[in-house]
Design a protein around this ligand. Structure first.
Ligand SMILES: *Cc1c(COP(=O)(O)O)cnc(C)c1O
Length: 380
């Protein structure tokens, strides 16, 4: 089955008892047993729920994994991966991460005895030098939020395999429509399904997809034993979103490219961060690694370098909504330093390039002409 067909049919079955084409929302905590320990495979919804199972089968199908798990949020999914580790273990992570992931690594796990290294994974020599016998996990995000830096998944995966270290990729920005990390050698894919997979800004959800069934079973135990599962109604919403993922992503990519090209020609703009621009430092890698487009996320800075100009621009937008989050059908705009990345200390923000005049756009699936006209009027 090819990708577009998988988004609709992958791992799906009509409901056996009624023939319902979409899985019912099994709003139940528990399931009948005919004799103690004898049941249909479902006993308690923290362990498994049929609506969540339908979503998990779809997730495993579109990411080409052996097993998927749906979580109550993206961060809950990340946290579940970290629960495999113990005091003394070390993690190597990318130096430009989603703010909440960075906050978890540096603050929640601060006194856990787990050591985190942050590195630019494009410097493969420096990356390799951080491995030692305690290294248990490598964590990458590509493209990154909000600066659209890329990591070469295949090259990083090769090193992780040699060192026998698990490699997890946050695939929230690209989605499996554009890139499938498990096919490139990663062991785990993590998603904030709140974003493109759900696609309609109406649910908070997360996912892990494991290449290997045994690792999948291990992660299921941790999820079951700690409890951050996704409810049936939210599972249904994400499953419904996945069925149009390919259609939405195609338009997100088209509109993202048009908006990025418009911005790159505007004299009021200094830098545009979009992997689909030839001027982007990772354009060649993006062409090789991301198939069929470059996504809907575009960041930029102002020629004036003024924070005040960025704020005025955001206040003036009419079609774009000023809000956190991304990946929904509607276009959103965000000021990373004051909003999504405020949890990263100022000196660290400056170091990785999140300046006070940086604006991040999540380009939606409206008409590109309306989006560009909105940007133009807000700039003037
Ligand atoms: C939003 C986001 C997360 C966190 O997901 P939640 O669903 O908000 O918990 C993690 N990684 C990336 C890249 C994100 O955009």
């Amino acid at each position: 089955m090819k990708f577009n067909t998988k988004t609709i049919h992958g791992g799906q079955h009509h409901d056996p008892s009624t023939g319902a084409v979409m899985p019912p929302v099994y709003q139940t905590s528990t399931f009948v047993q005919s004799s103690p320990g004898v049941h249909t495979g479902y006993e308690y919804s923290r362990a498994a729920n049929p609506t969540r199972t339908a979503l998990e089968n779809a997730l495993a199908s579109i990411e080409n994994g052996a097993r998927a798990l749906a979580f109550s949020s993206g961060l809950a999914a990340t946290d579940c991966v970290l629960r495999m580790l113990k005091s003394g273990d070390e993690v190597i992570a990318m130096d430009d991460l989603y703010g909440g992931t960075y906050r978890m690594f540096t603050r929640v796990y601060k006194d856990s005895g787990i050591k985190f290294h942050f590195v630019d994974m494009n410097d493969l020599e420096k990356f390799k030098s951080l491995f030692n016998e305690n290294t248990k996990l490598v964590w990458a995000e590509t493209p990154t939020n909000p600066l659209m830096k890329l990591a070469d998944i295949e090259a990083v995966a090769k090193i992780c395999r040699e060192k026998k270290v698990l490699f997890a990729v946050d695939n929230t920005f690209a989605t499996p429509y554009l890139q499938r990390p498990l096919d490139l050698g990663a062991d785990i894919v993590m998603h904030s399904a709140t974003k493109y997979l759900g696609g309609h800004s109406d649910v908070i959800a997360g996912a892990l997809i494991m290449k290997d069934a045994e690792l999948g079973e291990q992660m299921h135990f941790l999820q079951f034993a700690t409890g951050a599962t996704l409810g049936p109604q939210d599972s249904y919403l994400v499953l419904r979103g996945i069925k149009t993922l390919h259609l939405r992503m195609q338009r997100h990519c088209e509109n993202g490219q048009k908006v990025a090209e418009y911005l790159s020609k505007n004299p009021k703009i200094k830098a545009v961060y979009y992997p689909g621009l030839e001027s982007h430092p990772f354009h060649e890698l993006a062409k090789r690694q991301m198939k069929g487009g470059f996504g809907g996320m575009v960041s930029f800075t102002f020629a004036s370098g003024e924070k005040a100009e960025a704020i005025k621009f955001l206040e003036n937008l009419k079609v774009f909504t000023l809000a956190e989050s991304l990946g929904g059908v509607e276009s959103l705009a965000n000021h990373p330093a004051l909003m999504t990345h405020a949890s990263i200390p100022e000196d660290k923000r400056k170091e990785i390039g999140i300046s006070d005049d940086l604006v991040r756009l999540s380009v939606g699936v409206e008409d590109a002409e309306d989006l560009i006209a909105d940007i133009e009027q807000a700039l003037s």
